[in-house]
Ligand binder design. Structure first.
Ligand code: GLN
Length: 280
């Protein structure tokens, strides 16, 4: 086995299972040596040059302090596309890819106009625009630093997205007659912190993750209100949700004038997505 794989497994044992540590070592080797998995398997990356050794050592030091690999690399993959990430944006998750797929099923080939609220890295809005160029895309975030990452991602992927700097809790933006709204807002309550992995808790932006214990639906309610003003009648609302709050989210949406509320499970069988329509 490649000596770096063994080293990563040993030194990251407090954070990652052996298989995960091996994947991370492969990822790091592929990036630093610009090689493929087969090169590693064939022993072509067993001996690195001095600068590669230094970079691998630095990677390992940062990883062992719990820093996510995606931040160290400055890049991650979402829906097969490459997105720049830094500590100011959440690392896009596979669950969110499922939300993007759901929207694709519903609006394939349609010239619709949408907004992504709390866009972070821009992964949702940019991927939708990339996959469905006929859509017209808006994306909002409260963080200017996040918006600059998102703008750079949009440029890199040649996706035309209009970014808005606004606070959904007191929105000033007028979007006018949207076909749908999508959001993966902060939904983890502070009391869930003890169950969270240290690499998420210590390194990802709390602004993007957390909501007060006594108001877990704060952002969902604000977005639902925003939708009542900015959506066409019959327009869609798509959310990623905290698996614990499916029922409450459904009730809240029905109370606020939405219908056909559907909860969908993610690949792990957790209630993770909601779709509904503004009443006609
Ligand atoms: N929309 C981004 C994502 O889905 C950011 C979400 C967030 O920061 N809460 O990854």
């Amino acid at each position: 086995m490649n000596p770096w794989v063994i080293k990563f497994q040993q030194e990251l044992a407090h954070l990652y299972e052996a298989r995960e540590a091996k994947n991370i070592a492969y990822w790091a080797l592929q990036t630093i040596c610009q090689c493929e998995t087969t090169d590693i398997l064939l022993g072509r990356c067993d001996h690195l040059n001095e600068s590669q050794e230094e970079r691998m050592t630095d990677f390992l030091r940062r990883l062992s302090q719990g820093e996510p690999l995606q931040y160290i690399l400055g890049e991650t993959s979402f829906f097969g596309l490459s997105f720049l990430v830094n500590k100011k944006v959440l690392i896009p998750r596979p669950e969110t890819e499922e939300l993007v797929s759901w929207i694709g099923e519903d609006y394939q080939g349609k010239s619709v106009r949408f907004i992504d609220i709390g866009t972070g890295s821009g992964c949702i809005a940019i991927t939708l625009k990339h996959l469905h160029p006929q859509m017209s895309a808006l994306a909002m975030d409260i963080s200017e630093e996040a918006l600059s990452v998102a703008q750079e991602n949009a440029n890199r992927l040649s996706a035309e997205v209009t970014f808005l700097h606004d606070n959904i809790l007191a929105p000033k933006s007028e979007c006018g007659a949207l076909d749908f709204i999508v959001s993966n807002p902060p939904y983890i309550t502070h009391k869930e912190k003890p169950q969270m992995r240290k690499n998420v808790l210590d390194h990802e932006p709390h602004l993007a993750l957390f909501v007060a214990d006594d108001k877990p639906l704060l952002f969902y309610e604000a977005i639902a209100d925003f939708g009542q003003k900015q959506l066409k009648n019959g327009g869609g609302l798509y959310f990623e949700i905290n698996e614990q709050f499916g029922k409450e989210t459904k009730e809240m949406l029905e109370r606020k004038g939405y219908e056909e509320v559907t909860i969908r499970k993610d690949m792990q069988g957790k209630e993770r997505m909601v779709r509904c329509r503004k009443k006609r």
